[in-house]
Design a protein around this ligand. Sequence first.
Ligand SMILES: [Zn+2]
Length: 335
Amino acid sequence: METDTNRLAADFAAAARPAAGADSPIRIVPSGWSRTAGPTRVLVSLPDAAHLGALESSWRDAAGIRGVTLEQREPGAASAAYAISYEGRTLLALEVFLLAPPPAAAPGSPAGGAPELAVIVDDLGYDPSVARSVFSIPARVSVAVLPNLPESSAIAEEAHRHGIEVLLHLPMESVAGEDKAEKIELHVGEPAGEVARVMDQMLATVPYAAGVNNHQGSRATADPALMASLAAALRSRGLFFIDSRTSPGSRALDAALHAGVPAAARNVFLDDDEQPAAIRRQLEHAERLAREQGICVAIGHPHGATLDVLAEMLPEVEARGIRLVSASQIARRSP
Ligand SMILES: [Zn+2]
């Protein structure tokens, strides 16, 4: 009888391989790595439902050999789900997803490649423990760190150590009335030299920033002259740009592309509504857009509900055949 869950998970992942085929992703998400409670998860992607019978019988054999019980469960978001238990204690969740076919000729996607989704968690810089929850999400995300906060540098450095792409989350002037926590921001009328100086000062507090996205900025991003200055500063520093699109009148993406800066715009905000069910729907929407367009950029914030949903759902999104990429990878697909 084997109750070491890491060993068991590896065994059931290996048992799934013949049915899944050589190229389908199989992921193990250890319990406790994810923010969400629950047992270690084994996520298996199948090319089609016809392989499900073979998979189930190979898992039944594996359970028999190891003296554990395999039971079918409500599949939820999966196509099929099982629990592995011993003496009433659940040791593993086995979840089966069907790979969606790659988009035929989606405009932005590499020919024949998997749809790509970049998730950026922004507004980091205040709380290192919240940042650590972001770093523990068991899937690829990028983080955007606000400059000039006491923890900005430490959080950016720790993200980099985790192999997580860092963006400078650049505060920009918004229309009057929005509250303002940031003392320094880009505003309309700022000369080009000042834009570059402010950016360098901010970059000094967010080490390893490979790109920039805007924090707020509904007024600043609508100003072509300011956006041209920003684009020139990005270009000369080799930084990519993601337009957070905090307002529909943003000119930031156009200006960046015009200056030859690798750039893309946010497609989905995940958590305007912070209810978990609403965040799930937004992430499903982002997955759909990635399939339709080939690429998608989603932005979320470090709210508990957002991080829980990302930790739970991103491995599932991957198992359905979406490639999770860093923000720079989407920006580099720009024309
Ligand atoms: Zn922000």
